[in-house]
Write a protein that binds this ligand. Sequence first.
Ligand code: SF4
Length: 425
Amino acid sequence: MEIVPVSLVLNYQQTGKYALNVVAGSIMTRRILRGTPVYFSKNLEQLLTHINEAQRQSEKVVVGWSFYSPQFTTIIDDLTVIKQQTNSANVIHLAGGVHATAEPLQTLNAGFDLVAVGEGEQIICDLLAAIATGQDIKTTRGIAYLDAEALVKNGKGETVDLNDYPPCASRYRKFGPIEITRGCVYACKFCQTPFVNKARFRHRGIENIAHYVRIMAANGLRDYRFLTPTSLSYGSQDESVNIDAIEHMLATVRSIIGKQRRMFYGTFPSEIRPEHVTENNLAVLKKYVDNDNIIIGGQSGSQAILDSSRRGHDVESIINAVKISIKAGFRPNVDFLYGLPGETRQDAQLTIKLANQLADLGARIHNHTFMPLPGTPFRNEQAGKIDNHTKQQIVELTTRGKAYGKWKGQLKIAKELELLKQKQQ
Ligand code: SF4
C-alpha cells in the first residue's frame, strides 16, 4: 500500500501542552504512524516556520490545537494570523479539547477545518492513519466538520482506558504530570470535567504509572507530578477514599525515584476535595511527598451556593480541612469561586468572611471568577460578577499576602464567553 507522507505540527504554547504530550505519545502506539514527523511549536513564529517546513517534507500537514474555553478568543486570533500567513492548500487545522468538544460548530465557524470531539487519543491516531492510507478522513470516528455550513459529527472519540496510551511523549522528551485519573463522579455544575470525560473515574494502573515513572527517571526528570480531578479519589470508583490504593501508588513511585527526586501530590496541577482531608489521609501523603502545601477546593462560603452548584460538601468541611492540613504540616491553598449563579451579595460576603477566617488560620486563598463554561449545566448562565465591596475585600486580603488569583482577568473572560454564547443563539 502506498503511504501518503503526513506531518503533525502541534501548537505547543502554554495552553493544552499536557494534552498535546498525550497526543504525540498516542501516535507511537500505532506502527503505521511511528515515522510521522512531529513538530512542537512554542510560539506563533515557530508555528509558522514548522508549518512551512512540514509542507516541504510531507504531502499533508495536520496542525493540532488544544485549548480551554477561556483561551478561545486568543486562539482564534492566532489561527487567523496563521491562516493568513501560510499556504493552507495541504494543511488541516484540527481543534481538540474541552471547548472544541462542547462547541464544535462555534469552533468550526471560527476557522478550524476539523474538530476532535471527545478524548483525543483514538481520534488523532485514526485521523493520521486515514490520511496516510488515503482513506476519507471525514469518516473518522469523533471527527466533526462543516458541510455547507451544517455541522456533521461522527460521534465522539473513544472513551479510552488510560493504560492503553502513554501520559507523555518520551521519544521527544515531552513530559508533564502523569494523568492518573480521568473523569469525575462529582458533578459540580460549573466544571467541564465530568461532562467531557464522563461522570466516572478511570484510573491508570500502578504498574503502568511505574513504567512511565521509570522512563521519566531514565530521562533525568527531577520532579514528578500527577494529573487527577480529585487527588484523594485515586483507586476509588465512588465518593469514598481508597487510601490503601493511594499509598501503594505513592510508595511505588517513591521506590523508583528514590530520595533525590521530588514527588508532588495533592498540589498543582490537581486539588483535594475538602471532605477527603482527614488526619489519616494527610499522614499518608506526608510519608511520601515533597510538597509543603496542598490545594483544597472550597469554592464558596455559602451553603446555599455550594448546594445549588452541586458541590457535595458543606462549609464546615472546608474549615476542618484547613485546620487538619495545618496540623499535618501542609499549608492549604483554598480555591474560591465568586459570582456563581444565584450568588447574592450576602452569599459573597459569607465567602469573604470564610476566606478571612481561613487566612487567619494560615491558609492562602486562591480567588477565581465564575465563567459559564460550554458543556456544563451552568453554560447558559450569566458571566460571574463581583460587587465592588467584595472586590475591595479580595484586594485587601491580597495586599496582606493572604490571597492570589486571576479573578480580575476572569471577569473579562467570563463576559466574552457569555457574549459568544449569545451570538450563537
Ligand atoms: S470541580 Fe472537581 S470534583 Fe467537581 S466535578 Fe470538577 S473535577 Fe470533579
